[in-house]
Design a protein around this ligand. Structure first.
Ligand code: SIN
Length: 289
């Protein structure tokens, strides 16, 4: 059922899937009143992913909106281009090539399930992705509810991950491209990246979520490589079941805000002959515990 905040005409419409809601009746190009900010925060806590349609935002608007929820974080280490001066907080996600140079990251490929920058010690707690141009089809972004993934984890898997930590590979991005300055480890037990608990506690809700980060080259510390692979395969097969997911079909002017502490995301590939231009900000987070 939609929630209506009379003064601001804000409506929150849950998607009916395992997560996500549309937030309507709000123009994000101006600053938010404290009442509106609190209502958006509440909706975000309830639904984990929020979609705001029909927005018209500059990078400054996107950064100001993101700052309503915390301090901005730097964009990830690029596989291709650098952020222009003054735009270190805005990552361009795009397949568009101008004058022979890609204007952004991730091309038109599939991006595998992941949590943004889980390979650093203090990954961003949230990300906001704003669509300037959307392809006519493809390039949908999927989100997955990691509270639910943990709650429904079979008892043997729950026992197997209790107290375990996982190494999150820093070397490749979610489209599989090697980041500048990195080489591939000989096997997953030698992966370079941050070490995090597999079950993490959300610092605001106190609820526990499965925290897998990224599958490629992940390694569960203290296990033989083959056992780590088998356990990770079982965890990933469970966590990414359709019943825990919701997919965003992009239109220009959509802004999606998601909580990296309890949500993973992925992206479908799309036709390289079509254009997709998104701008992304990230909000600083704490060390997972
Ligand atoms: C990302 O992983 O942040 C990119 C998602 C997308 O392009 O939809």
């Amino acid at each position: 059922m939609a929630t209506v905040l009379e003064r601001e005409k804000l409506r929150v419409r849950p998607t009916g899937a395992a997560l996500a809601a549309d937030v309507e009746g709000v123009d994000l190009s101006g600053s938010l009143s404290p009442e509106l900010r609190a209502a958006i925060k509440k909706a975000w806590g309830d639904h984990l992913v929020l979609r705001f349609r029909g927005q018209s935002l500059s990078d400054d608007d996107l950064m100001r909106f993101s700052r309503e929820f915390g301090e901005l974080d730097w964009a990830p280490i690029a596989a291709t281009n650098d952020a222009p001066e003054g735009r270190e907080y805005v990552m361009v996600v795009s397949n568009v090539v101008e004058n022979g140079q890609p204007i952004g990251q991730l091309g038109n490929y599939e991006a595998l399930w992941h949590t943004d920058m889980s390979y650093v010690d203090e990954p961003p707690m949230a990300s906001a992705l704003y669509s300037l141009e959307a392809p006519p089809s493809g390039g949908d972004t999927g989100f997955c509810n990691m509270y639910l993934a943990l709650e429904t984890l079979p008892a043997d898997l729950r026992r197997a991950v209790e107290g375990k930590t996982c190494v999150h590979d820093a070397s490749r991005n979610s489209a599989g491209e090697l980041r500048r300055g990195y080489v591939d480890a000989p096997d997953a037990s030698q992966t370079v990246g941050a070490v995090h608990p597999i079950v993490r506690t959300h610092p605001e809700t106190g609820c526990k979520a499965l925290f897998l980060g990224r599958r490629r080259s992940a390694y569960i510390q203290g296990l033989a490589l083959a056992d780590s692979e088998a356990l990770l395969n079982a965890l990933w097969a469970h966590a990414t079941k359709d019943e825990f997911t919701w997919y965003q079909q992009w239109r220009a002017g959509d802004l999606i805000l998601w909580d990296n502490r309890c949500v993973m995301h992925r992206r479908d590939a799309f036709d390289p002959a079509t254009r997709r231009v998104m701008h992304r900000t990230q909000i600083k987070g704490d060390r997972p515990y």
